[in-house]
Design a protein around this ligand. Structure first.
Ligand SMILES: Nc1nc2c(c(=O)[nH]1)N[C@H]1C(S)=C(S)[C@@H](COP(=O)(O)OP(=O)(O)OC[C@H]3O[C@@H](n4cnc5c(=O)[nH]c(N)nc54)[C@H](O)[C@@H]3O)O[C@H]1N2
Ligand SMILES: Nc1nc2c(c(=O)[nH]1)N[C@H]1C(S)=C(S)[C@@H](COP(=O)(O)OP(=O)(O)OC[C@H]3O[C@@H](n4cnc5c(=O)[nH]c(N)nc54)[C@H](O)[C@@H]3O)O[C@H]1N2
Ligand code: SF4
Ligand SMILES: [Mo]
Length: 878
């Protein structure tokens, strides 16, 4: 029996609609893009397309646990409610905290915030959005008087100049990137500027890449404002009618020249000039920005420096023109709506209006003061001021800066509760109570994407094990804490109705977030909800695509505010001890701490191991070899990563944020990141930490490919990666085992009853050992050991692991690690959708004389589904 259900992707803030064909009996789904969804019109990226591979039950948290023991819901809920009550009674409400996530659904988030702020009466509800969007929120509020994203995705198709600022859209918002690529193909006059210290995949379509010095964006945009003024490019009528503070912000800038800007930002003056000229001479300019702007100790100022330029030219909230902060998480925007952040109340109500919320909720103890923000909150846990914490849908031991301190904080905390859908994460490892949450495909509710569009996530399967929806778990605790009537919801639509009603409560057009049209929504209407952009109220019953086109803002005067920005460099500058700048960010095929994407073999092929990108000259300077291992260290912590040489900026290295202790022994990069925050938004400076680097030279290196998952322990460095039908382990050791055969027997064979066929080969002088085990003609496992990183490619052997039977030639060639003559080695997989390797692509390019990625697509299908690999395919032509 199959059924087709429309739902929304649980990954990035593009918020793509999915049409899922569900095979309930087998717990399987077939994923397609939803052609009717206005965020993606049927397109999906590699991560969305691979969702079907992440719904397996292996590794799921399926039963509540208290102190390491499985139990039922009643014991777990009672324990959590009683423990929170006891702490509050003894130490006060501010001794407890919730730490939530932009991956909760709006309904979950709403009740968590209501419980903490309204009924426990503390502001200590913060969220991982603090690490993500808080600078944008603060910047919006300063400029517009409200946290409003003015523009919408349709503007991609109308813009004449698109500026990507600190955003690797190609990898992080791939479907938006595809829309921009299509817009450029349709209109070759559309110009794209990428502003990023790194050369990223997004630069592939750039007419101009400005590889500015890390953290120097405010200089660049202040320079632009000055240039607009000097070149008579202001929209004076707009400034006069719709803004305030222009003179102050212009005067604060002091007429910087493009040459000065270029010098400061370490850019080419002609390039800066070109960028400024395009801004001046283009009517429809769209700025898209993300974490290269937000994650900074002056992130809020940078957001305003960008918005200032749009206000000065009246290019805001108009068709094809404006500023659009790309939200990261699927429900980062929903979290802002419900007041998920410690300094915000529900429905975009400020603390100055707390009385409104308190009356609406009938909650006289609603907190009147903001709570602690993420970094402060975990510091307070570390200091013992917060004694009980409940973490929901986030993995702070990995993702917070100074993550070793976060780990210590939780280790020392009296009572740690974690709700997650995955059993083993670096954070669940430290919990006293684990609450199994339903994950995507089971839960039901709403999310809001980057363009303010509310969509439904719908349940596809019956709940797994004893897992419950987050809203249910939270309301059960609330009821046990004595708030039965206030949390008496039966299903998500009850909560959504209340959320909608609060948005309209005593609003009178004063607050941007107003979805009061849904205050009485019926269960059927909620079931059939069509993706809609807020506000949705009497004035805009069908929703509203763009805001502020009329020049009306939510400040007391109704005018937008210019903010005078004095650029500041990142707080911690490189020193002789820590001479390099560590930049961190995302990869195309992994989502954050990999708890879900690492389950999909397809998504692990692109980049299977934590790595550090470094310029070849820096690598030489620090004695590093390509593909060797490196030890990175900051004042706060350390890690080990594989060296990748790239045309990175000199003096700067890049490390992906994704690896955890579940998948790598030394890959948790959060340990290194400086815990410096923006004074206004309190967002951490995750893109800039001084570090040092040196080669890590173990005595041996090697890899194992095994059909069975292994438990590899006595080794100094390991990583684990799930492949298609096998597991891959990369290993390194500081001491040689006495006997490799013993080592192999211990680590690779877990049953003496097995009677495998062994082949092995040893060259002790060279430090080489290789062994392969066959079981019934199938390759069961291989191990390759060398004195350094010079080992055969994994791709051919990986392919053999997935084969039902090896040919004689393959068996003969096994221990060489290379295919027999005529056998195919596909190389590293570039196209995750169709499993096409680099070597295969290179071969057809050469054999058939191909010149475009479209031709490669015609031959091999590579790049024709999600398109995320197109930049890399194009790079092969060079
Ligand atoms: N594949 C994938 N997609 C994702 C996610 C994921 O985990 N994986 N996560 C989602 C989430 S929550 C978020 S927040 C978004 C983030 O989306 P992005 O912000 O696009 O992603 P990042 O890689 O964190 O950082 C973007 C770029 O900022 C650059 N940068 C660093 N310092 C500076 C600077 O000083 N100035 C400028 N201009 N740029 C700088 C980095 O080099 C990097 O290329 O992605 C979302 N999409
Ligand atoms: N150095 C550095 N640090 C960063 C960043 C960076 O660029 N550099 N980026 C920052 C940003 S922008 C972000 S958004 C954060 C992200 O960082 P995190 O939020 O820590 O990362 P995730 O892996 O998304 O964690 C989500 C957790 O929730 C679980 N989960 C999934 N669905 C559900 C659900 O429905 N209910 C519950 N209860 N649990 C669920 C997942 O299994 C996972 O354990 O990292 C931040 N940290
Ligand atoms: S772009 Fe990819 S990850 Fe983002 S919502 Fe769409 S399918 Fe999901
Ligand atoms: Mo994020």
């Amino acid at each position: 029996m199959t059924k087709t259900i429309l739902t929304t992707c649980p990954y990035c803030g593009v918020g793509c609609g999915i049409s899922a064909t569900v095979y309930e009996d087998q717990r399987q789904i077939k994923i397609n893009g939803d052609h009717s969804h206005p965020a993606n019109f049927g397109r999906l990226c590699s991560k969305g397309s691979a969702l079907g591979d992440t719904v397996e039950l292996k590794g799921r948290l399926l039963q509540p646990q208290v102190y390491g023991r499985e139990t039922d819901w009643i014991e777990a809920l009672d324990l959590v409610a009683d423990s929170f009550k006891a702490v509050i009674k003894k130490y006060g409400a501010d001794a407890v905290a919730f730490y939530g996530s932009g991956q909760l659904l709006t309904e979950d988030y709403y009740v968590a915030n209501k419980l903490m702020k309204g009924f426990i009466g503390s502001g200590n509800m913060d969220t991982n959005s603090r690490l993500c969007m808080s600078s944008s929120v603060a910047g919006h509020k300063r400029a517009f008087g409200s946290d409003t994203v003015p523009n919408c995705y349709e503007d991609y198709e109308h813009a004449e100049l698109i500026i990507l600022i600190g955003s690797n859209t190609a990898w992080c918002h791939p479907v938006s990137f595809q829309r921009i690529c299509a817009a450029k193909e349709a209109n070759p006059a559309l110009k794209i500027v990428v502003i990023d210290p790194r050369r990223t995949a997004s630069c592939d379509i750039a007419d101009l890449h400005l590889p500015l010095a890390s953290g120097s964006d405010a200089w660049l945009f202040n320079g632009l404002l000055s240039y607009l003024y000097e070149h008579d490019a202001l929209d004076s009528a707009y400034i006069e009618a719709h803004t305030e503070g222009f003179i102050e912000s212009r005067d604060s800038i002091n007429n910087v020249s493009t040459v000065q800007v270029a010098e400061h930002c370490q850019l080419n003056a002609e390039d800066v000039q070109q960028f400024y000229d395009w801004f001046v001479h283009t009517d429809k300019v769209l700025s898209l920005y993300s974490q290269g702007i937000n994650q900074s100790s002056s992130g809020t100022d940078k957001v305003n420096a960008i918005i200032n330029c749009h206000l000065a030219t009246g290019k805001l909230g108009k068709v094809g023109s404006g500023a659009l902060s790309l939200t990261g998480q699927p429900n980062a925007m929903g979290g802002r709506e419900v007041g998920g952040m410690a300094n915000q109340l529900a429905a975009h109500i400020e603390f100055s209006d707390v009385d409104k919320v308190a009356r609406f909720w009938n909650a006289p103890h609603t907190t009147k003061k903001a709570g602690l923000t993420a970094v402060e909150l975990f510091d307070a846990i570390h200091e013992g001021k917060i004694k009980a914490v409940w973490i929901m849908g986030t993995n702070p031991v990995v993702s917070l800066p100074n993550a070793d301190k976060v780990k210590q904080a939780l280790q020392g905390c009296e009572f740690v509760v974690v709700s997650d859908c995955i059993a083993n994460t670096d954070t669940t490892a430290l919990a006293h109570v684990l609450l199994p949450a339903q994950g995507w495909s089971e839960k039901d509710g709403t999310v809001t994407n980057s363009e303010r569009r509310i969509s439904r996530q719908r349940a596809l399967f019956k709940p797994a094990g004893a897992a419950k929806p987050d809203w249910w778990i939270i309301t059960q605790i609330a009821r046990r804490m004595g708030f039965e009537t206030e949390f008496n919801y039966q299903n998500p639509v009850d909560i959504f109705r209340e959320h909608a009603a609060l948005s309209g409560f005593e609003n009178n057009g004063q607050r941007d977030f107003d979805i009061s049209a849904y205050a009485e929504i019926s269960a059927t209407e909620y079931d059939q909800f069509q993706p809609t952009q807020w506000p949705v109220n009497a004035a805009y019953p069908q929703g509203r695509a763009r805001m502020f086109a009329d020049g009306q803002f939510f400040t007391p005067s109704g005018k937008a505010r210019f903010i005078a920005v004095t650029p500041r460099p990142p707080v911690n500058q490189p020193t002789a001890d820590y001479p390099l700048i560590l930049n961190t960010g995302r990869l195309r095929d992994q989502w954050h701490t990999m708890t879900r994407t690492a389950l999909a073999a397809k998504l692990n092929q692109h980049k299977p191991e934590p790595f550090v990108e470094i310029h070849p000259n820096d690598a030489t300077h620090y004695g590093l070899q390509a593909n060797g291992l490196a030890h990175l260290e900051s004042q706060w912590g350390s890690m080990i990563a594989r060296v990748q040489l790239t045309e990175n900026k000199l003096g700067s290295v890049f490390v992906p944020m994704h690896w955890t202790e579940q998948y790598a022994s030394h890959g948790r990069m959060g340990a290194l990141v400086n815990p410096v925050v923006d004074p206004i938004s309190k967002q951490p400076e995750s893109k800039h930490t001084p570090v040092r680097i040196r080669p890590y030279t173990p005595v041996w290196q090697g890899f194992i490919l095994s059909r069975r998952e292994l438990k590899i322990t006595d080794v100094d460095y390991w990583i684990k990666s799930k492949g298609d039908g096998f597991y891959r382990y990369e290993l390194a050791g500081d001491t040689l085992p006495d006997d490799w055969r013993d080592y192999v027997r211990k680590n690779l064979c877990n049953s003496t009853a097995e009677n495998p066929q062994w082949q092995d080969y040893q060259d002790t002088a060279k430090g080489v050992y290789r062994a392969a085990r066959l079981l019934d003609e199938q390759l069961e496992s291989v191990i390759f050991i060398a004195a350094d990183h010079h080992l055969p490619e994994r791709s051919w052997l990986s392919m053999l692991c997935a084969k039902a039977e090896l040919t004689k030639a393959e068996r003969m060639a096994l221990l060489t690690g290379s295919p027999p003559v005529g056998g195919a080695d596909v190389g590293a997989i570039l196209c995750a959708c169709f499993n096409v390797g680099e070597k295969t692509i290179l071969a057809v390019i050469k054999e058939q004389g191909l010149t475009t990625h479209q031709q490669v697509g015609q031959c091999l299908k590579a790049g024709t589904n999600c398109g995320s690999c197109i930049p890399e395919i194009k790079a092969l032509f060079e």
